[in-house]
Ligand binder design. Structure first.
Ligand SMILES: NC(=O)C1=CN([C@@H]2O[C@H](COP(=O)(O)OP(=O)(O)OC[C@H]3O[C@@H](n4cnc5c(N)ncnc54)[C@H](O)[C@@H]3O)[C@@H](O)[C@H]2O)C=CC1
Ligand SMILES: O=Cc1ccc(S(=O)(=O)O)cc1
Length: 477
């Protein structure tokens, strides 16, 4: 195995060790062994980052959008060139299969590229003036220094969403990426940082609550962006609200899938098994609640369970592996507990744990049939390889069940009926809906949730807009 080393902090344009005393172990989820120890930042490190962000904003906002685009594109080219190395770090620290890690790295590059191109289209507008010889214009200007918090499940993609949007808009960014997966993000950030003025991109790792308290409450920071759990999102929303900071929140999901009687079952099963068990189910957009037309329920259940059982589990670095471990022992316990509580409510578990690797944090693909709507697995985000199935008789009923929990991020529909497509697309409470496919997240379209899944969008032109302010200029003669 190639050497794994925890990164330093990137503060004020310089990679340097954290000044804090505390350390956290970075654990390989496939073995449970410690790879290295990450040093956490001190309050002084954070103050230094904040001090650098102001001057960095002055420098970066003056770089024309065309030039910002070119510099970001050079950084993107380096990320693509280093994809194999970055992917390996990601697999070592996070556990996902190497092919998934590489795909994530390329998706992250694609996201930043799209944002970079979009920087050149942050148009304002001219408003017809009331008096002759005067002019009224509306400008889009960068909001200012950004504090961003990204999680460990898709550390590259979910950091890239924030980095790309902020940098393209002309904002400096202080990124606190997840302490669990520091090296892959640092390797990606290094590819971008060399192209930017010092302090425009800064990367810190610390005690999460201390970092967010210092950054969100600082007058230097003008915008906050967070991806993670609902409780932490609520806390940050309160903190941001008290300090009147704009905030974007992507707080996870519990995606419903509606499979209608006329659906192409082979296609649905093939796509949904891959999508469900990607990253061992630890994805905010993972399909989780499967509502299947009663006449196809048995056939779907059988085919889905068989395909899930056929997945090859193993260490992410092994070429034959199709599903890796979950990210840590905490996640494994949480998933096992959710499954047990749901079985106690009447769910039927169709898959077994036989043949699981004995080392590391592995959880078998778990199919729960006939899951009551009030069962924990129907209400709480499993964030693991758990699929819940239930039959429905009428589309109305399926939509009501799909809308019956607190989340509203992604949704999926399989049907050939135009009427069903219209009804579901109008009434399903989600931010993104894929019909006869799984493409709910693409760089050029907005991605965000409703209800407890958060608010605001990332990606698409909405994603860059989140880092821009609207300014009105009225020029008199
Ligand atoms: N939307 C998404 O993609 C994600 C959702 N989650 C949800 O959260 C659940 C629990 O996972 P955990 O890792 O325990 O989630 P968590 O919300 O505690 O941690 C997620 C991220 O937030 C950061 N964080 C935690 N407290 C913070 C604070 N006070 N200020 C700033 N950042 C903070 C962590 O460092 C981590 O990177 C998962 O089961 C899942 O439901 C977790 C990660 C990503
Ligand atoms: O967890 C959220 C998440 C995971 C993956 C993706 S993407 O499909 O790689 O874009 C988006 C959001």
């Amino acid at each position: 195995m190639s050497a794994y080393r925890c990164p330093d902090l990137l503060v004020g344009g310089r990679w340097r060790p954290a000044a804090g005393e505390a350390r956290v172990a970075i654990v390989d989820p496939a073995t449970g062994e410690t790879l290295d120890e990450l040093a956490l930042c001190s309050a002084a490190d954070l103050q230094e980052a904040l001090d650098a962000a102001g001057p960095a904003f002055e420098a970066w906002r003056q770089v024309p959008a065309h030039e910002r685009c070119l510099r970001l594109e050079r950084g993107v080219a380096r990320i693509v060139g280093e994809a194999d190395r970055i992917a390996r770090l990601l697999t070592q620290e996070q556990g996902k299969p190497l092919a998934e890690a590489r795909a994530e790295c390329l998706m992250a590059a694609d996201l930043i590229k799209w944002y970079a191109e979009e920087a050149r289209r942050t148009y304002g507008r001219i408003v017809p003036a009331r008096q002759p010889g005067t002019r009224m214009d509306v400008l889009k200007v960068p909001v200012g220094p950004v504090a961003a918090f990204s999680p460990w499940n898709f550390p590259l993609v979910l950091s890239a969403r924030k980095l790309g949007g902020a940098l393209a808009a002309g904002c400096p960014i202080v990124l606190k990426a997840a302490e669990e997966t520091p090296a892959s993000v640092a390797a990606m950030v290094a590819c971008l940082a060399d192209e930017l003025p010092p302090g425009v991109i800064q990367l810190v790792y610390g005690v999460p609550a201390e970092v967010s308290q210092a950054l969100v409450t600082s007058p230097v920071i003008r915008k906050v962006s967070f991806t993670g759990s609902v409780p932490v999102g609520r806390h940050l929303a309160q903190l941001a609200g008290r300090h009147l900071k704009r905030i974007t929140l992507e707080l996870g999901g519990h995606a419903p899938v509606i499979v209608c009687e006329d659906a192409d079952l082979d296609r649905a099963v093939r796509q949904l098994v891959t999508h469900k068990f990607r990253n061992a189910g630890q994805a905010c957009l993972a399909p989780t609640r499967f509502f299947v037309a009663r006449r196809r329920y048995g056939a779907f259940l059988e085919a889905f369970t068989e395909a899930a059982r056929g997945l090859k589990l193993g260490p992410g670095l092994q070429a034959s592996t199709q599903m890796g471990p979950v990210a840590n022992a905490r996640r494994r316990t949480a998933v096992q507990d959710l499954v047990a509580r749901s079985i106690a409510c009447g769910a039927r578990k169709l898959s077994g744990d036989a043949g699981l690797p004995t080392q590391g944090f592995f959880v078998a693909p778990t199919i729960l049939a006939d899951v009551p709507l009030h069962a924990p697995a129907m209400q709480e985000e499993p964030f693991g390889p758990v699929a819940c199935l239930l039959p429905f008789d009428r589309l109305d009923e399926a939509i009501a069940m799909a809308n019956g929990n607190a989340y509203g991020l992604a949704g999926y529909l399989y049907t050939d009926s135009a009427r069903a497509m219209l009804q579901v697309s109008e009434r399903l409470e989600v931010g993104s809906l894929a019909i006869n496919g799984i493409g709910v997240s693409v760089p050029e379209a907005p991605f965000g949730g409703v209800k407890d899944s958060g608010h605001g969008s990332e990606s698409g032109c909405e994603g860059i807009e989140a880092f821009l302010e609207t300014r009105f200029n009225h020029h008199a003669a």
